[in-house]
Design a protein around this ligand. Structure first.
Ligand code: SF4
Length: 331
């Protein structure tokens, strides 16, 4: 992209005109340390602060059960064939205690319950109903679970669920054992059921080309996600994809910025997240971070809180430090 061309792309983005696929590919071709990437991040930061009126969104996630997961994802500590994690499960009392500890501060927009790809469907319905009854009304309840059909999403919605995190991952079906068609049909089903759909460009590694990143991130745009995001793959030694290494937070922030600019074309979008929480992403278009407790696919600790995971107060302090001084409420 020439100087004039990138200036035109970013001027247009500043005026609210989202870059298309080819322009996004060009923006991602610049090295993360280049002045062009810095300018892209600066424009995205301003666009996002204007779009979200300076309001951040804090989310919390609880990993409620772990097992050797048939998803087999080559980047995940739970993946079958390379799992670095034992079977664990939170009992109901512990789940409620952790849910209340997260949500009672009133700072969370939504609380996420995460399972493996396979999980006990009846138990999750009971968990959703119990957690819904235990946490403040202003905190939404969201699931991060395996593939499901519409009828089950309806049952979850009736039990108190508001949304779901579900992603057609980078190299899905190649770096994972999951069927891309099943991922897509699950996303269609949860959207048809009226649930908020949380999406993400993930899990990004150094081997992903700008074209792959753009193709995967535009799935979220084309299907009108409620939240978009970017997440880098964390390089845990002994996992199959560790051989590729890990991108820098600076490169991750560049992807966050491109997601932010592209998503100007989506009026339904409510937030942009960066995983894991970091200030560079929050100054490059992201207004959202997740606090986490329990199991975490990027961590080998049984409880990620105090390890890789940030607690709610830590997440609130991080967004405030970079000028996101108000928090969105879920209701
Ligand atoms: S990322 Fe999810 S689906 Fe893939 S192995 Fe890990 S827990 Fe299973």
């Amino acid at each position: 992209m020439s100087d004039a061309h990138i200036r035109h792309t970013l001027d247009a983005a500043w005026d609210g005109v989202a870059p298309g696929r080819e322009q996004c590919v060009e923006l991602l071709r610049y090295p993360a340390v280049s002045p062009e990437a810095a300018l892209t991040r600066a424009v995205a930061d301003s666009v996002s602060r204007r779009r979200f009126a300076g309001q951040a969104m804090l989310l919390g996630q609880i990993g409620i059960a772990t097992d050797e997961c048939p998803g087999g994802c080559g980047f995940c500590v739970f993946g079958q064939g390379h799992a670095l994690f034992d079977v664990t499960a939170l009992d109901r009392a512990e789940l409620l205690q952790r849910s209340k500890a997260f949500a009672d501060s009133g700072q969370l927009y939504a609380l996420f319950l995460m399972t493996m790809h396979d999980f006990d469907r009846e138990a999750l319905l009971d968990d959703v109903a119990a957690v819904r009854a235990a946490i403040p009304a202003q905190t939404r309840l969201v699931a991060n679970i395996g593939d499901c059909e519409r009828e089950y999403w309806r049952d979850l919605r009736e039990a108190g669920l508001s949304g779901a995190y579900h992603v057609l991952r980078l190299r899905e079906g190649t770096d994972t054992s999951l069927d891309p068609a099943a991922r897509k049909s699950t996303i269609a089903a949860l959207r048809d059921e009226g649930l908020d759909w949380y999406y993400c460009c993930e899990p990004i590694g150094p081997e992903h080309t700008p074209e792959e990143l753009v193709e995967q991130m535009f799935f979220g745009l084309d299907h009108e996600c409620f939240q978009h995001a970017a997440m880098r793959r964390v390089c845990q030694p002994n996992l199959p994809l560790a051989v590729h290494g890990q991108i820098s937070e600076l490169r991750l922030a560049q992807v966050v910025a491109v997601v932010t600019l592209a998503m100007q074309a989506s009026p339904s979008l409510r937030s942009i997240a960066v995983h894991e929480p970091n200030v560079l992403g929050l100054c490059s278009g992201a207004n959202t971070v997740y606090a986490e407790t329990g199991a975490n696919p990027r961590d080998t600790a049984a409880d990620t809180a105090g390890h890789r995971g940030l607690d709610v107060n830590g997440a609130a302090a991080m967004v405030a430090e970079v000028g996101w001084t108000e928090l969105m409420q879920g209701a």
